[in-house]
Design a protein around this ligand. Sequence first.
Ligand code: FE
Ligand code: FE
Ligand code: ZN
Length: 262
Amino acid sequence: MEPMINLTDLLKHEILDLYSAEEQIIEALPGMIDKAKNPELKKALREHLKVTQEQKRRLDKVKESLGEKTEQGEKKGFFSRLFGGGGEKCKGMEGLITEGQKIMKADITDEALDAAIIASAQKIEHYEICGYGTARAFARELNLPVAEQLLTQTLNEEYTADDLLTALAVGKLNTVAENATKEADRNRGNASSDKSSKNKSTKSRSLKPGNKTAAKAPAKAPAKKAAKNAAPKSASKKSAQKSSGKNTNTRSSGKSKSSSRK
Ligand code: FE
Ligand code: FE
Ligand code: ZN
């Protein structure tokens, strides 16, 4: 009779799943970088490719710390039979990537293409955040501090990547040329040309700072800056977008307590 699955088995399964996910992301990102039009988005994705390669290496360290050989072990067959079969390829990540690629291949405007890439990338990040958050909670529960620390490091990187994508998306939405033009029309006679050029410069500025580094706070800054400079009408729209984005990300509660499964 086969032994019952315990939390250690689940942790190993989660690690293998994440390993496969990272491998697939490394394979998919170059195509997304290629397709992206916005230079800031391209740059962000390129950065994350480097980070992702490091995350894969970090998972090797986690495996080592769990006493798992890098080669195929018996456990792998055991897990693949149990969790959906078909080897250990992460089907969740495969699905997310396939969906994203389908849209990227469609006949689509540049702006919509970038928005689609951001959406796809954020779904990928959220999957990873969930996986790493869960794995870390298991590691903590099992009192495996080395694994816990390594998983936390990657988890934080995934949050940072997600924040940066949100900043890019919100920054863009807030300063869509359409809005700027509408505002300029409304305020015509009120030094309107001045205003619209101001909005334009806000756009490029607002996209830059968050992108410079993947450090914690700056990702939020651009959106705030844009909010300050924007006309009141679009400002309210903006905060709605912002908070709805937050809800989807469950970022604020996630960052400190994503191991809530404990
Ligand atoms: Fe990752
Ligand atoms: Fe999976
Ligand atoms: Zn990631």
